[in-house]
Write a protein that binds this ligand. Structure first.
Ligand code: NAP
Length: 486
């Protein structure tokens, strides 16, 4: 009988093989650092794009900006590429960069603990093996733990119950009565596809969302030819990066740019929904930009169809046969889909213990916080990718990943230059940074409604309050004076 698997000593352990984990792995390999592993709980790499296989899943920022600057992709079939193309991009990236030998797929990290005496991370996996790592990179991202709604009776539903982020394609939908809870970006992509597939859909809306048109288009052979030219690819990326930052002006409360966004949304609503009463039910009760804006050309139009029901009365409970609403009606359903998003506050579901055994979850009792979304005081050599306050509602999240990866590479080099084992952001450095962020967020549009950007305490744990270049510039120029070395 073979004994229990031994502890493997590695330089860097990466948790999660999504976009940010892969970017970290590529940077390590390109720098000649081969001593790392990537642990991924799913059976394949891809992260978000592995998990979110619901019909209609696609990226809703222009795909040329949803590829890494160091790995351009000339193959996109359209501007807003469907999910399988993004997964294929990730798989090609892993192949081309020789990442396969580093991947440990289908393995869960069950605990990570900083060993004060050794100055290293002890990371336990669910197969009984463990990793002993100098640095621990958590690239689980904010949107990885599906959130089921807290609705009474949900578990007693007798039909099939699905979460959009754990799609089960074997459940037949054509001709069946399908209820969808939620009206965010996911529902807006999913519902039109369900209807196209012949499902009889009832949408349960708690809050109406702002919807803007998606200026989509197919990329033809000529586009692909041009995208293969590095200069062209770079130019298109720059164009979309600049356009996204210009769009960001619309998030400034009271600005002319915000008024223009509202006018565009109103025009879109009027074009797609002719019935004034339905339009009224689809008008959001909060300022544009506060929740993630939905970009869609077929969501509102689908809700206006006579064979699609929009229910805006609150859900009282789920029954074995369907959903009962507060007006006393019961909506009979065969399938109940929860497009209810993610648990952002507890996105790092793994117990992580830092110096002196302190729990990260304890340190974050008021909600997650980290220096530039990357470093947490008391947790040496722990690097979060897309940690707290690195999300935006206006551009590609990859623009935040790249500076974070570059910072980790600099931090590793700095440790070696100083002959130190670990670095730890000082509490006062983190406090100062966090106070600045929260002060800037206080008057912002993102504090004017409830959304996944905010923790239960009301604190905004997700949004970067500035423009993207500021994040890249500041993190890129960050010195190590605010860190303690040991
Ligand atoms: P979400 O934006 O958090 O939306 C969840 C929806 O479920 C909301 O409409 C929410 O209503 C509703 N809900 C939650 N609990 C409920 C309850 N108990 N009863 C009734 N309704 C309930 O989640 P998401 O649509 O999955 O999107 C999450 C994020 O993922 C997006 O904002 C976006 O950043 C990203 N995303 C991106 C893409 C893309 O790029 N293609 C696609 C999908 C998602 P309330 O508004 O009232 O809370």
């Amino acid at each position: 009988m073979p004994g229990p698997p031994l502890a493997q000593r590695v330089d860097v352990a990466i948790l999660g093989a999504g976009m940010s984990g892969l970017a970290m792995a590529v940077a390590l390999r390109r720098a000649g650092r081969r001593d790392f592993v990537v642990v991924e709980q799913s059976a394949g790499l891809g992260g978000t794009w592995w998990d979110n296989r619901y019909p209609g899943a696609a990226v809703d920022v222009p795909a040329p900006l949803y590829s890494f600057s160091f790995a351009p992709n000339p193959r996109w079939s359209r501007r807003f590429a469907p999910a399988p193309e993004i997964l294929a991009y990730q798989q090609r990236l892993a192949e081309a960069e020789g990442l396969q030998p580093h991947l440990r797929l289908g393995r869960r990290v069950v605990e990570a603990r900083f060993d004060d005496a050794a100055g290293r991370w002890r990371i336990a996996l669910d197969d009984g093996s463990s990793l002993d790592a100098r640095a621990f990179v958590c690239s689980t991202g904010p949107l990885s733990v599906p959130r089921w709604p807290a609705i009474e009776g949900l578990e007693r539903f007798a039909g099939a119950r699905l979460h959009s982020a754990r799609w089960d394609a074997t459940v037949p939908l054509a001709g069946r009565r399908v209820g969808v809870v939620g009206t965010g970006s996911t529902a807006a992509q999913l519902v039109p596809e369900l209807v196209r597939g012949g499902a009889r859909v009832t949408v349960f809306q708690r809050t109406a969302n702002w919807v803007l048109p998606r200026f989509d288009r197919r990329y033809g052979a000529l586009d692909r030819l041009l995208f293969a030219l590095p200069g062209w690819n770079r130019g298109v990326r720059l164009f979309w990066a600049a356009t996204s930052e210009a769009f960001r002006r619309g998030f400034e409360p009271g600005s002319a740019a915000q008024r223009r966004l509202v006018a565009l949304a109103e025009q879109h609503l009027r074009r797609q929904v002719k019935d004034p009463a339905l339009r009224e039910r689809l008008r959001p009760p909060y300022p544009i930009g506060c929740k993630r804006i939905v970009f869609s050309n077929d969501w509102l139009r689908t809700l206006a169809r006579s064979d699609v029901a929009l229910v805006t009365e609150g859900i009282a409970r789920v029954t074995p046969g369907g959903v009962a609403t507060v007006d006393g009606r019961e909506h009979a359903l065969d399938v109940l889909v929860c497009a209810t998003g993610f648990d952002v506050e507890h996105a790092l579901a793994v117990p992580v213990h830092g110096r002196g055994g302190q729990a990260l979850q304890g340190a974050w009792h008021e909600g997650p916080r980290a220096h530039f979304g990357t470093s947490v005081a008391g947790f040496p050599n722990l690097f979060l990718m897309l940690g707290p306050n690195t999300a935006t509602g206006h551009t590609s999240t990859l623009l935040f990943i790249e500076p974070q990866v570059a910072f980790v590479m600099r931090a590793l080099a700095e440790l070696e230059r100083r002959g130190a084992r670990w670095l730890d952001v000082r509490p006062e450095t983190l406090d100062r940074f966090d106070a600045e962020l929260q002060a800037r967020l206080a008057g912002s549009v993102w504090m004017q409604c409830r959304s996944w950007y905010r923790a239960a305490s009301g604190r905004n744990v997700a949004i970067w309050p500035g423009y993207t270049p500021e994040f890249r510039r500041r993190l890129g120029a960050l010195g190590f004076e605010g860190f303690e070395f040991g």
